[in-house]
Design a binder for this molecule. Sequence first.
Ligand code: HEM
Length: 503
Amino acid sequence: MNSRMETPSMIPIALLALLGTVVLYLTYNVATIVYNVFFHPLRNYPGPWYTAASRVPYLIKVIKGDYLTWNQSLHRRYGQVVRVAPEELSFTDGRSWRDIYGHRSGGKVTFSKDRRFYFIGNPTHPETPILVMTDDQNHPRVRKVFNNAFSNSALQKQEPLFLEHVDRLLKAIEQKGPAKFDLVTLFHYITFDIMGELVFGEPLGLFDGNEYYRAWVKGLFSDIKASSIWRIGYYYPFFLRLLEFLVPKKLQEERLESFRLANARIDKRMAEQTNHPDIWSLSEREDKDGKPRLSVGEMHVNASGFMLAGTETSATVLSAMNYYLLKHPAKLKRLTDEISTSFTRTEDMTLERLAQLPYLAACIEESLRLFHPAPNGFGRFVPQGGATIAGHWVPEGTVVATEHNNTYRDPANFRRPDDFIPERWFDPAFNSDRKIAFEPFSYGPRNCIGKNLAYHELRLIEAKLLWSFDFHLQEESNDWLDQKAYMVWEKNPLMVTATPTKR
Ligand code: HEM
């Protein structure tokens, strides 16, 4: 038979096969939607029908950076537990912290992490997870290595380093003179320089104009934003392959190279015998027989992980706190008065003494409440046998999360939830606030390892800033809070001018 004669009969067969596939695909999807809405074990949980039907509305909000506001509107409408996707429940009830993230007694297994929530890993060691993503079997081992490096005694040893960096920040602001500048960028510089010192054993030199690292810091943020898009691939794997194909090779290579350079810095630091009080000299990397507790890959990925977890977070809280204070002059005055009456000279501002200032502590809590740096909920899987969460029975395999920002802004938890009122943290007039709903560093065995470091860093930077300068918000940053949140906030520039205080 010649090929000309083959063609006409083959076309209908191919067409029929294609049509058949499309019909099968559509039938499967319709059947899934019907099952999800009417027969799924979560069918009786409150929420719109379309989130019960499909994960797509949820993912669209994530990609657009609108998940947070959308999730809040759902909670305001449906209450403290909402079905946000076919197999996912979102909570704003404070009791859910203990039930989802807490230690479980009586031999019950803890809720494992839904790794689809987290950003993509380190491309130099794709199979090695950072601490935040380590599985439950390996987590205690890796966490134990680093616990000491983030303890209070470690922080005391690191105090002189922090002071040096804060001085650099103050000098940089002084050099601006009357010109306006972006506080967000300077907060990134200081938090990255401090973390660079702790992770690489030397600062990144961001205040000294190190352009390579300035670009590196910027690159990390585009990575976080891009990771919202990559998340689709965790739910629809064909999309991941498409993305890998679409992202230019040059970009992928540059990203790989920046991780390789970070690894090289860690290798250099490991080759040095030093008492520099960074995380490596203060961690317990070897067991009692001198055997390493971590692989080289684990050291590399965790170094990069700390650079991300310990910088952006604190910089966000500092930015938000200064914005709120500038918008509330009476509260700013109360805080500056507390700082200037507690000290006669800036040299006396030690980590220990700053921890005793009640209004400073209250301003930090209030900023974390209103503008949490990682504002969405961190998903967990309900383990085998199901579990009761905040009084609701939830079947095994369901993804559950307590939202950060939306729990803290829920009127059922906090009175006047959208207002900046540091006084609520000590004034009996706010005794009705459900403080158990507030866990900005999470709860249980996977809570934040850097909590002490973060609080000390925030107190020191804020106190020294307000001791040294009066800040003035510029008009273009009047609506600074108006921004999108991906995994973290977009963070537009926070434009201010500064004049030295008269002391
Ligand atoms: C205001 C600042 C900070 C906030 C609000 C914050 C918040 C959090 C939260 C909510 C978690 C839990 C994530 C989860 O459930 O998966 C976490 C984990 C973590 N944070 Fe922080 N963090 C802050 C600063 C820091 C700093 C300064 C470091 C220092 C390196 C750090 C390192 C980590 C690490 C390594 C984990 C994973 C812990 C584990 O899985 O054992 N964070 N953080």
